[in-house]
Structures are given as C-alpha cells and as structure tokens.
Design a protein around this ligand. Structure first.
Ligand code: T3D
Length: 263
C-alpha cells in the first residue's frame, strides 16, 4: 500500500510510524486509518521488528478525528459514528494493545480527542514538555472513545478521569506525568534523543519476554490474585524455555552484556 498520510520506516529492529498530516495536526481520516491498519499488520508479521515507535509530524501529535472529513452540519444526514468506531478506532486500539512488541509513543505536541487515547493505548508514552492532552469529546457532545473511558479511570482514578472527560481542559505534559497518565515528560529538545535511546535499548531487549509482560499487566486488570498467579506461573514456564532466558542467565554469570535475539 502506498502511504499518503503516514510515514513508515523500519531498520535494525526499530519500526517507526509517523502520523503525517501536520497542517491538520495529524487528525485521523478514513484514509489514515486504512494506512494504519495496513502498516500495523506489516509490523505484526515482521519477525525482525523488536520495537515500534508512534509519533506525529510537525507541531502536533494528533487532534483526534478530522472533523472536516465528512459533512456533519445541521441539516446534513446523520453520520453513523458507531460505524466509525467499529471500523476504525476499535481495530486501531486493539492492534496496538495486542501487538507483541513494546510500543513507544512520542507525544511531540498537542494530543486531543482520540489522539490522546491512541497514545494511551501504547506502552511507554513520553511527551515533550510543551505537549498537552485534551479529552475534547465533551466539547462536541461525545464520549471519550478509543478506550478513553477504560484507560482514564485506570490510569488516574475516577475523580481525575471525570474532571478530564467532563471539562475537556488542557492537561500539560508535566501534569500528565505527575498524575501517572503517561510515563515521562522531557524537555522539548530532549525528546528525540530520549526516544532514540529508548528504542535502541528495546530493540536489543528480550522481545518475547517484554510481550509477555505487556500481556500479563493488561490481564491483571480483570484477574483475581489467584488467576494472576496462575498466569505468571504459565508464562514463566514458557519463557523459561526461551533462548533469551538462557542467554540472560549465561550473560549474568559470565559478567558480560547479553545478546538477546528476541526469541
Ligand atoms: O467522528 C468519529 O468518527 C468518532 C470518533 C471521534 C474521535 C474524536 O477524536 S472526536 C474529537 C475530535 N477532535 C477535536 O475535537 C479537537 C479539535 N481541535 C482542537 O480543539 C484544536 O485544534 C487543538 C486544541 C487540538 C489545537 O489547537 P491549536 O490552537 O493549537 O491549533 P488550531 O489552530 O486549532 O489547529 C490548527 C489547524 O488544524 C487548524 O486549521 P487551519 O485554521 O490552520 O486551517 C484546525 O482547524 C486544524 N485542526 C485541528 N484539529 C482538527 C483540525 N482539523 C480537522 N479536525 C480536527 N480534529
């Protein structure tokens, strides 16, 4: 597929997706969703990929749905937003959550609407200090989608989730990090180098083990302690047979750096 609204490159185990409609703050169109489905399926099927980066081009990360992508003016025929969620946003969130790789999201500027919640569907969210997060849905009579009603209370608690969702005010990157909405906020001029170092590190990590950590932490949201202990037992049994586990232990005992293959 020819990408018009995203950029994609993959080298040395690092796959990079850049939302690329800077003049519209990288807001989502039907076309961009098609391209994202295509590229995420490529990454999922690429045995050489060890980590994925999601970021935005220009001064914004993503302003959510492109509100001009279809006619919704008073008097126009109603739009089926349920179909938009079902066909576009739901598959995107699930593709990110289910990807068997760590996903770093570099929030380079403002994230609004679905743009926030797509970032929260990633695994490690790092934002530039000048970036901000806006649950803009309430301003147009909608509910936070793309997992927003799921992620927000789990990440920051119900009181803060309510405030963010009901008011739609701007949350600074610094506040987002303090609240635990994201992993880290760094100075703008440190974003690229911090992200590059992280990608390099994750590209040489035991990928299968990281994917299992991701699955286990997400499963914990719905499991009892008993169930989670059983899950940990089963996952550890599988990982104990991996080449990366053997390499990690051998490297530790030999006091050398491990060379993980991701398997
Ligand atoms: O609809 C469905 O399918 C259901 C799913 C919905 C998911 C959603 O995401 S709903 C929420 C949609 N998003 C928004 O409501 C956010 C709208 N944008 C804004 O509130 C502001 O643009 C920002 C707070 C994000 C940034 O403000 P600011 O002042 O930094 O930039 P700006 O001047 O508003 O935006 C720059 C340009 O991008 C501007 O165009 P112009 O004037 O230069 O020609 C603006 O119209 C355009 N833009 C920004 N966001 C969107 C957009 N164009 C289309 N859709 C957008 N979402």
């Amino acid at each position: 597929m020819n990408y018009e609204q995203i950029r994609f490159e993959s080298t040395d185990g690092i796959a990079r997706i850049t939302l690329n409609r800077p003049d519209r703050l990288n807001s989502f169109t039907t076309r961009m969703h098609e391209e994202l489905r295509d590229v995420l399926s490529r990454v999922a099927n690429d045995d050489g990929a060890r980590v994925l980066l999601l970021t935005g081009a220009g001064r914004g990360f993503c302003a959510g749905q492109d509100l001009g992508d279809r006619a919704v003016a008073p008097g126009d025929a109603p739009v089926d937003l349920g179909a938009s969620i079902e066909n576009n946003y739901r598959p995107l969130v699930l593709a990110l959550r289910n990807l068997e790789l760590p996903i770093v999201c570099a929030v380079n500027g403002v994230a609004a609407g679905a743009g926030v919640n797509i970032a929260l569907a990633c695994d490690l969210v790092i934002a530039a200090r000048s970036a901000s997060f806006i649950q803009a849905f309430c301003k147009i009579g909608l509910v936070p989608d793309s997992g927003g009603t799921f992620f927000l209370p789990r990440l920051v608690g119900t009181a803060r989730a309510m405030g963010l969702a009901l008011l739609g005010d701007k949350l600074t990157a610094e506040q987002a990090a303090q609240w635990g909405l994201i992993w880290k906020c760094v100075d703008d001029d440190q974003l690229a180098s911090t992200v590059d170092a992280l990608l390099e590190r994750l590209a040489h990590a035991p990928t299968g083990g990281l994917a299992a950590i991701k699955r286990a932490l997400h499963a914990a949201a719905d499991n009892t302690l008993e169930q989670q202990l059983a899950l940990e037992r089963d996952v550890q049994r599988t990982l104990g047979q991996s080449a990366d586990y053997r390499e990690g232990v051998a490297a530790f005992l030999a006091k050398r750096a491990p060379e993980f293959t991701g398997r």
